[in-house]
Design a protein around this ligand. Structure first.
Ligand code: PMV
Length: 329
């Protein structure tokens, strides 16, 4: 008998960044982070455990994966097999409804959807915190994608926790896509390289809790004027630690800086907006809804911007029992 489940999880963008591991083997974060889950960027994952399979299989979109992506998925599947007392291999089909590009956080929604679908497929009804911990072991940012709205992952934590639901503050996240290329340095390698070689890594880790507390207080108080500088400082302090690594880890491209200039110029003119940047060249711009149209057109006409994606705060990850790609609820 095959055991099947399908789950949907939304991507998230950190407003207070996670960069660095307290424990590499268990994949525990060195700093606290706080993210916004995005309704416009979701991964749908279908998992089928079957006695007919001789190994785990992973299909991302139309392409069958080998190597690192398959190994990471298999590791998560093995954890779930251990919990359920099963020895069945699984076929995983995963599909993003947003273009999968560098730094677009597909691992966050991907591993969250995989952890949820795999546990349900083997009949486990685990609490969300337990599923968040399974996702976190694969990718710490994925722990946050189990929950909708504003979500935190404390330093050293096993699982993420909700700070406020999506309805708390209807901000808009615009993603200025600046490249189609896959990034050269993945986040785990980048974090370890930064920790080993950057004299600024220790300063980043020691100041990150202050920035996190500032972001959290601003989110809880819906105070955009307080949120904006803390969000930008968190992203730039994280990148400063990477820029000081040896050799330097530079995720910025010329278009990344052009978008930063666009946001700063608009802010000078009185439009409230702030930017954040992950381990990739794209810039994510956070705005209040009444400024979204202005920002969207300014970003679209900035040199080097290929397209702009738009998202509102997204919901919790969920399980569906409809056919693949056609959620029944
Ligand atoms: O969870 P990972 O290993 O993909 O790392 C994510 C790191 C950043 O995206 C740069 C920051 C964050 O908090 O999401």
């Amino acid at each position: 008998m095959s055991r099947f489940a399908q789950a949907v999880a939304h991507s998230n963008i950190a407003l207070a960044k996670y960069w660095g591991k307290a424990d590499v083997v268990r994949n525990l974060p060195a700093v606290p982070s706080l993210s916004l889950t995005l309704d416009g960027m979701r991964t749908t994952t279908e998992v089928t455990f079957s006695p007919e399979l001789l190994a785990d299989e992973l299909l991302l979109g139309a392409s069958l994966q080998q190597g690192k992506p398959l190994t990471r998925a298999s590791k998560l599947l093995s954890e779930v097999r251990g919990l359920a007392g099963s020895s069945l291999f699984a076929r995983v089909r995963s599909h993003n409804d947003f273009p999968t590009a560098s730094g677009l956080a597909s691992s966050a929604s991907g591993f969250a959807a995989l952890a949820l679908a795999a546990t349900r497929a083997l009949g486990l009804q685990l609490p969300p915190a337990r599923i968040s911990a399974l996702a976190r072991a694969a990718s710490a940012s994925a722990a946050r994608s189990l929950f909708g709205g504003f979500v935190e992952l404390a330093a050293g934590a096993e699982s993420a926790e909700r700070v406020a639901g999506p309805e708390h503050w209807p901000l808009v996240m615009l993603v200025a896509v600046t490249s189609e290329a896959a990034k050269d340095t993945g986040s785990t390698d980048g974090m370890q390289h930064t920790e080993r070689t950057s004299p600024y890594y220790a300063s980043w880790v020691s100041d990150a809790p202050r920035l996190f507390a500032e972001v959290k207080a601003a989110v809880l108080g819906r105070d955009f004027a307080r949120l904006a500088p803390a969000v930008e400082q968190s992203a730039l302090a994280m990148h400063a630690s990477m820029l000081a690594a040896n050799p330097a880890l530079i995720y910025f491209r010329p278009a990344t800086l052009s978008v930063i200039e666009t946001v700063r110029a608009l802010r000078k003119g009185g439009t409230p907006a702030c930017f954040t940047i992950d381990a990739g060249p794209h810039v994510k711009v956070l705005v209040e809804p009444n400024s979204a149209a202005t920002l969207r057109s300014a970003l679209a006409s900035t040199a080097g911007v290929l397209r702009v994606l738009e998202s509102a705060p997204g919901p919790d990850a969920a399980v569906f029992d409809g056919a693949f790609g056609e959620p029944s609820a």
